[in-house]
Design a protein around this ligand. Sequence first.
Ligand code: BGC
Length: 492
Amino acid sequence: MQPVGDDKAPTTGGSQGLYTNGGIVMAFQERERQHATGATHSPRSLSVYFIAAVAAIGGFLFGYDTGVISGALLFLKQSFALNATTQEIAVSAVLVGAIVGAIVAGRLNDALGRKKTLLLLAVIFTVGALLTAISPTLVFFLVCRVIVGLGIGAAASVVPVYISEIAPARLRGRLVTLNQLAITVGIAVSYWVDLAFAHAGLAWQPMFASAAIAGIALFLGMLLCPESPRWLASKGRWDEAQAVIEHIKGAQPEQELADIRRSLSEQRQQRGVRELFTPRLRGALIVGVGLAVFQQFVGVNTVIYYAPTIFQQAGFSSASSAILATSVVGIVNVLATIVAILLVDRLGRRRLLLGGSIIMVVALVMLGIIFAHNSGHIGGLTLIALIVYILAFALSFGPVFWLMSAEIFPTRVRASGASISSFANWAANLLVSITFLSLIGALGAPATFWLYASFGVLAFIFSWLLVPETKGRSLEQIERYWENGRHWDKAA
Ligand code: BGC
């Protein structure tokens, strides 16, 4: 780490300062700039939207690789003679991998940089997808799913962190939320791909192999994208950081560089991950982990992973009608996330969280009441309740958790903070997913949905009391909010 304010730091806001030397030096610097910006032929100006969209392929893979198991399971059951327990293990293997991936993501992301980490994850996704598809035995299959899970768990925090560090403050919410859109598209596409292959009489292998296409696209796309300017600056590579910011269309170079410099010059002694547990930053960690846990404890993945089961219990007698109803839920999830993208930088994070949790609670209470009066013909009502529920989730905790986990931590601990939050999210996900069917068995469906509703109430209170509004603030302003004991700068 270079001392702050070192002589590598840019002294001018514009690019001219770099071009005052002789021709050879200039040519060399140009090569350096191209390298830093990721352009191999000529300095390429890329739009922030393009960069965010490429990185969000990581989110697509997150959604696809978690959703694909639902349809594939029917075929895996036959191939590997799965019973109820081995089915649960087949579903959960990816989550176990994701928990581990979430833990290692922070270190990897800081050591290698955001770009190289994403390239590495693209390789893991691609190789993992192909190996899964040729699994000869159940154990081999499970190992492959754990490997893919490592990629998912890591990508879940690496992608939002990368986008948040590339994006200008006024677009950050929207751009990071592209990742959540990609997750929901990935889930919906996986349902349709499963359906198409099943229809064509093909088994589970091509369902998993298809993910390799997205893995390769992520790899090729990331080759074009630049490293995060904030990561470069945090390593003292100021020239490259400046070059990157100047080549991003839509960035505000002068202001962003000044912000980054100020923030890094205010850095106190480096304390690594432990700094997150100091009184100054504890608040940020509580918000990150709290949102992570509530995002799962409101029960979203009982819907995403088990919707066909819920619909069958509600009276959709045939498997195909249950799967069709599930795909409707998947599409609403995508559409509502598009609305969230439009709203998150206008209404702000808090309003979405508060409004969303109230509507989720209402939908879950309704769902409980519907199941309490189950006459065998509650399919229509169940579908409506689940649509309202997923709509509210997709407008609130779905996108806002991943967004805030990437924006509330200071640059020096951003990757670690996001990675700890992501870990909490995957662990909570696993807990909810493996207990859902047993809870229905033990408590009954109504009480189970009411249990999730009560977490929705806690999620509301938590957001109301502890979550700051970060809309329109630069990452550096957010950093100072925590340093100033939860107060925004007057000038901000
Ligand atoms: C959650 C996933 C969930 C997905 C549904 C994500 O934000 O982290 O667990 O499956 O949203 O859209």
